[in-house]
Design a binder for this molecule. Sequence first.
Ligand code: NAD
Length: 428
Amino acid sequence: MSETINAFEMAQEQFDHVAELLNLDPQIAEVLRWPAREFSFRIPVRMDDGTLRVFQGFRVQHSDARGPNKGGIRFHPSETFDTVRALATWMTWKCAVADIPLGGGKGGIIVDPATLSSAEKERLTRGWVKNMWRNIGPRQDVPAPDVGTNPQMMGWMMDEYSTLVGEYTPGVFTGKPLGGGGSLGRTEATGYGVIYTVREAMKHLGIDPTTSIAAMQGFGNVTQYAAIGFVEMLGGKVACVSCWDREDRTAYTYSHPQGCDPRFLQSITDQYGMINKEKADAAGYIREDGDAWISKEADVLMPGALEGQVNEESVKKISSRVKIVAEGANGPTTPEADDFFKEKGIFNIPDFLCNAGGVTVSYFEGVQNDMNFYWPEEEVLQKLDQKMTTAFNAVLAMSEKENVYMRDAAYMVAIGSVVKAMELRGWV
Ligand code: NAD
């Protein structure tokens, strides 16, 4: 998380810009500039050594105009209330642009989960639910995993909630483990969704995917499946991926003269998205510093780590070959970098469109939980492709009709849909 960039100010700046383009009633804009509800709470946890440690927890519910709030819970040492606010706001736009009947929310805990034992993580996740259970639920607010959280933690949280309300309620959390109420295809959903939108962008721009190269940042859940999809579905080459190395307290970029083999790299990556450097070195991977990914010769740049990574400084280093920026991460591009892309005519697939695959399959998971009937993986991925392709083309059509940048077009589609729901409900 960048210390210099306030993600919430960035989210508001993006919103204000489009509110102006849309000539949005300033009173409605004032409602949507801010989250509807915010929760900040302390979570005491008994550690394995008998001591008591207190963690800071958050939940922000931005808008439930289109349906229950929806969004992940992030465990990160530099989590802030403003980051959670920004992410909750982007979730509202994401669900609207993907046209799924949910609103926006986000949660977090200030913690480095890699420093906790499994039992401590379980007590911490259950502690989060003890604070929030009255204000979440399948018809209220449905959290999911994000950076630093995983399906097992959602399983514990769902169990804690079910215990507190006195009935089995799988639909209160999504991203649960398979066999514990989870959906097939959820693990791959965000990364594959990124690739469905990249495929559509390439069709639009007339780029041959089989001769294309992608440079990716991060190697967690999103980037792993985006890299696999880029190679296996599109037939392209992945020049590099990167990750944060906890042991060395620095980020590394990994590339290979023949292109990365994402399945191999995945096999040597831990649950926090850290690549085993000794094994990568032994397999002939070149290890450079964490910033190197952005200057690689590539047609597609895919920031898939954290927000604010493509900024005024770093954007100047991109290769002249770059044609598409596919935002796997949330908020990876600052407004200054956006100006650069606009000026150079680089095609942007904005975050809340590009990475909407995760929340779309989360929605499918909730639907399957409600029906108590589960779909095969093929059906989930086919429905996901359909949703992502439709969403991409709706934003592209808006961008062409209004002659605006793709991010502005995505905001126009999303804000239009949220405002319409507010009007239909008689809120404005
Ligand atoms: P993750 O925790 O699985 O992976 C994060 C990756 O980023 C790891 O490989 C980590 O080492 C790397 N990283 C962290 N700091 C870095 C740095 N300074 N330089 C290079 N790499 C760094 O997280 P994820 O689930 O893959 O999420 C990544 C991004 O995508 C986040 O912005 C998240 O909000 C967003 N997102 C995730 C999903 C999802 O379904 N997982 C859905 C939508 C959006």
